[in-house]
Design a protein around this ligand. Structure first.
Ligand code: RP5
Length: 282
């Protein structure tokens, strides 16, 4: 098992979008290598997943996934190295979650996402960068969306489609969730793509690659992501585009980056890295 921090949100007592209670997993029994004879995880796979949508795998037994490898167009490798497979099912590399099956996740094993962290400096009405009164450091702002499924603020990330490059996912998800490109007319969409292409085609700063402590994780299915920061230093690139929530987002806003924020999954950890790398207030 990889030496990663114990997940917390992946052990939330009630599984998201359901009445299903996870089998309680105290900190000292998270690790698969800790003997836990009483462990009796609840089995749950959401009806939406069992209905066989295009984005989901079938049940194990009716197909033979190639774990830890590229399986046709589906990448079943983990960013964290090789994971175990037990009785034909992949085991969560961060340990027990109290729930077996896939829950709301489509793939057995890693479910790959990408998170675009778009930032700018907070400026006053004269255009000067605002410094925080405590830290004296400049304040960053990032584009955040309020998730429709749970009402929590988050980075506007999303799932990598089979065969899609991460760089495409980053740009597509930002356009769909923060700029509502899916509802835009073809000419508006073209304008959005043109405006954001410059920022997203610049070298982004990769701040995280690995397991996400997501409340949807189970013993056999989990989220992984690549989080990349795209920074609008001058404030006149993507900062000027009107934000409009779309797809899985209920609201969208520029939010001041600060350690006191409450964000979905472990997104706050990604922002901490951005703030420290850019010598910004945290
Ligand atoms: C998180 O779920 C990832 O970090 C990413 O932000 C998000 C992707 O899932 P959906 O927004 O597509 O549900 O684990």
């Amino acid at each position: 098992m990889c030496s990663a921090a114990a997940h917390v949100k992946a052990r939330c007592p009630v599984y998201p979008g359901s009445d299903t209670h996870r089998f309680p997993v105290p900190d000292h029994t998270v690790d698969w290598d800790t003997d836990c004879p009483q462990y009796s995880p609840v089995k749950y796979t959401a009806p939406t997943v069992l209905n066989k949508p295009a984005w989901a795998d079938p049940e194990i037994g009716s197909f033979s996934p190639q774990f830890n490898s590229i399986d046709g167009s589906v990448d079943r490798r983990s960013h964290e190295g090789s994971y175990r497979v037990q009785n034909g099912k992949p085991l969560n590399p961060h340990g027990r979650t109290g729930l077996e099956g896939r829950g709301l996740l489509g793939r057995w094993g890693p479910n790959h996402a990408a998170d675009p962290i778009v930032t700018r400096w907070k400026r006053d009405s004269t255009g000067q960068c605002v410094h925080h009164t405590n830290s004296q450091l400049p304040v960053l702002q990032f584009v955040s969306i309020k998730r429709l499924d749970c009402g929590e603020w988050a980075i506007p990330g999303g799932m990598v489609d089979p065969g899609e490059r991460i760089s495409q996912t980053l740009q597509r998800e930002f356009s769909e969730e923060a700029l509502n490109s899916l509802q835009a007319s073809p000419s508006q969409r073209e304008n959005i793509q043109k405006r954001i292409a410059e920022l997203f085609n610049s070298a982004g700063l990769q701040v995280y690659k690995g397991y996400v402590d997501d409340p949807r994780n189970t013993d056999n299915a989990w989220m992984e992501t690549v989080a990349v920061n795209f920074h609008d230093e001058s404030g006149n690139s993507v900062s000027e585009l009107p934000l409009q929530a779309g797809d899985d987002a209920g609201q969208v806003s520029w939010i001041d980056v600060d350690s006191s924020l409450a964000l979905y999954a472990n997104h706050l950890h990604f922002l901490e890295t951005v703030a420290k790398e850019r010598n910004a207030h945290w």
